[in-house]
Design a protein around this ligand. Structure first.
Ligand code: ACO
Length: 344
């Protein structure tokens, strides 16, 4: 591990990364719960009481994940004061890349006019932004890279069945992107620790079967006509039950690793899957909802984009100040779950 001398004390300490800039972007099209009633058999009451969601943004026409990732990245770069030449790593967290391959990261590198630097996508669904922050942090800690662009971007509503048949999923999801610039920390601030988990045995409780290389899944006339394998499937009750256990566990793991108590933490920014999940996690941890940031009411579940969008909004609302301890926490398909302890 790379050690650096602090200027003031001359004491050697471990190099770590810090978030120096953030930005987000959502598509212009707003879909209210009322708009959904025109598309499927549902009600405002069902959606709001089951999920807390009031509206969400959906991409329209040709709009794709890269179109959302680009402005979010520019904003994060502006805030951090970095130019395209400074960036030496691009990671995009997404399950809804513009193309099956290559990843959005390759497109974004070109769109932003970056050098021929490392660029790859991470497909850990709702946990992918925290996974990506962890990966970028490792590269910076070892000294291999100095400036990383980490983006969560989803245009996932293109895969969603927006009729009554798909209503259990369609009402929950939205599109958007959030980005962060990470650079070496020169003071106490930074990513203190990250914690990543997966339990693959439950993967079929939340998955999209195709397109994929599994035997039954080869693209042919029949699978296209059936279209079934090209839509996400979710066992909502099972996902809910697992999420409310894993969120507190992984938040506690981050606290324990850093000898922090929940009272030391100013704000927990959870993946925005469902307001009822966040409320249930707060209750299980014995803390008030004011400890948790929630903006799912406006955006729905934006999968890999939800945490960076929430981070940006919490910052814009003045809820994050220098020196604060924050925890990012995620749970989603895989199942994957993850957390990051951050000193802002
Ligand atoms: N509008 C109206 N009725 C609906 C809708 C809808 N959009 N969707 C389903 N229903 C109906 C069902 O058909 C069912 O009808 P039935 O009783 O006649 O069969 C009824 O509502 C109840 O359905 P349930 O699935 O039992 O509803 P539940 O109370 O479990 O709520 C929900 C469903 C919101 C998905 C819940 O299980 C949940 O919150 N799960 C957590 C999963 C989650 O949040 N996932 C987000 C993605 S994963 C992630 O990011 C972690």
């Amino acid at each position: 591990m790379k050690l650096e001398q602090t200027e003031s004390t001359g004491v050697a300490r471990m190099r770590k990364s810090a978030i120096k800039g953030i930005g987000y972007h959502v598509p212009a099209q707003v879909i209210t719960n009322h708009d959904l009633i025109d598309l499927m058999e549902t009600s405002e009451e069902w959606i709001k009481t089951r999920s807390g969601i009031e509206e969400r943004h959906w991409v329209k026409g040709d709009e794709a994940a890269s179109d959302l990732a680009f402005p979010a990245s520019k904003r994060a770069m502006d805030m951090a004061g970095v130019s395209p030449e400074d960036i030496d790593l691009v990671i995009v967290a997404t399950i809804s890349a513009d193309y099956f391959f290559p990843g959005v990261s390759a497109q974004l590198q070109d769109m932003l006019g970056l050098r021929n630097v490392a660029a790859f996508d991470i497909r850990a669904a709702c946990s992918a932004f925290v996974y990506s922050i962890s990966i970028a942090d490792q590269f910076i800690r070892t000294g291999m890279y100095n400036t990383a662009l980490v983006v969560g971007a989803e245009a996932q509503t293109k895969f969603i069945n927006k009729s009554t048949e798909g209503r259990d999923i369609a009402v929950l999801f939205g599109d958007g992107a959030g980005a962060a610039i990470l650079q070496p920390s020169i003071d106490e601030s930074g990513i203190l620790s990250t914690h990543l988990h997966c339990q693959g045995k439950d993967m079929k409780n939340l998955w999209m079967e195709g397109p994929g290389s599994s035997g039954s899944n080869q693209i042919n006339k029949l699978t296209i006509e059936q279209a079934k394998t090209y839509e996400p499937y979710m066992n909502g009750r099972e996902v809910f039950k697992n999420a409310v256990v894993r969120f507190p566990e992984v938040i506690q793991e981050a606290l324990d690793k850093n000898n922090l108590s929940i009272d030391d933490v100013s704000l927990i920014i959870p993946h925005q899957a469902n307001l009822r999940i966040i409320q249930s996690v707060a209750k299980r941890m014995g803390v008030g909802m004011d400890k948790f940031y929630a903006n799912i009411q406006k955006y729905g579940n934006t999968t890999a984009a939800s945490i960076p969008i929430a981070l940006c909004e919490a910052f814009d609302e003045g809820k994050i100040k220098a020196g604060d301890y924050l925890i990012l926490a995620a749970f989603g398909a895989g199942y994957t779950w993850a957390s990051a302890a951050i000193r802002w």
